[in-house]
Write a protein that binds this ligand. Sequence first.
Ligand code: FES
Length: 292
Amino acid sequence: MLGRAVLRRSATVFGTAWRYAQGSGRNASAIAMTAAVAGESFPVLRAAQRVPFASASVLARGYSTSLNIHRNTPENNPKVGFEFTEANMEKVKEILSHYPSNYKQSGVIPLLDLAQQQHGGWLSISAMNKVADILGVPYIRVYEVATFYSMFNRQKVGKYHIHVCGTTPCMVRGSRSIELAILEHLGVKRNEVTPDGMFSVGEMECMGCCVNAPMIAVADYSNGVEGYSYNYYEDLTPESAVKILEMLKRGEKPKVGTQNPKRVNAEPEGGRTTLTTTPSGPYCRDLDAATV
Ligand code: FES
């Protein structure tokens, strides 16, 4: 009961500050207040989360907070400025030209992507604030986008940023032991970067590959931030996950997709068991005859 009460109160205080910040446009003090309240409430919230009660399973994902909490650090705080380069400002103008002037906030994703590319693969708080300034929206409107999409990194990542899928199908198929093997092999904690800057490990929710669970996605920045790619490695075991890391470290390209030699893509082991013949028809329409 105590846990619930503390949690509810902290959430209310934080919610009030949050709404205040949203309603006050680009009022820096409102944002600072939100951040301060969040900072103060966080330990209380975490403590409340640790109190066992019936719905504790709902809160058991407390470890995910690094995905949505900002904490000022010497290299990432609102006093560390961010400006788009002259060349990128031209791109900003080009991007915004695609939207009506009263809907330019719709350009938030491409602008964040551009900012992330310019900023070495991650978005500082100042970079997000800059995007908000350009779009003329409260900072919170940009934060809520950047925290929702996990391809936006809000802290430094390695050349290879490993996303371990933590959603139910991958979890029941062993994603926790895969994550543990990866973290132990790299000698880091979640969201840390290895000292050589090569790897970092984060978490991702379902990446639509459950049939080949458990899986990881690797954001590959080895060709620079602009040439990044995302690759899925599926049907993993702790051993095969570590093998993939070792290959990446050596500059090799591990086979993408299933790591189970008995499977082709997402087919069952041993080959297809259904839809093995040509469909007999009738078909919904003759695609070759379609003129439009
Ligand atoms: S649960 Fe991991 S890909 Fe869907």
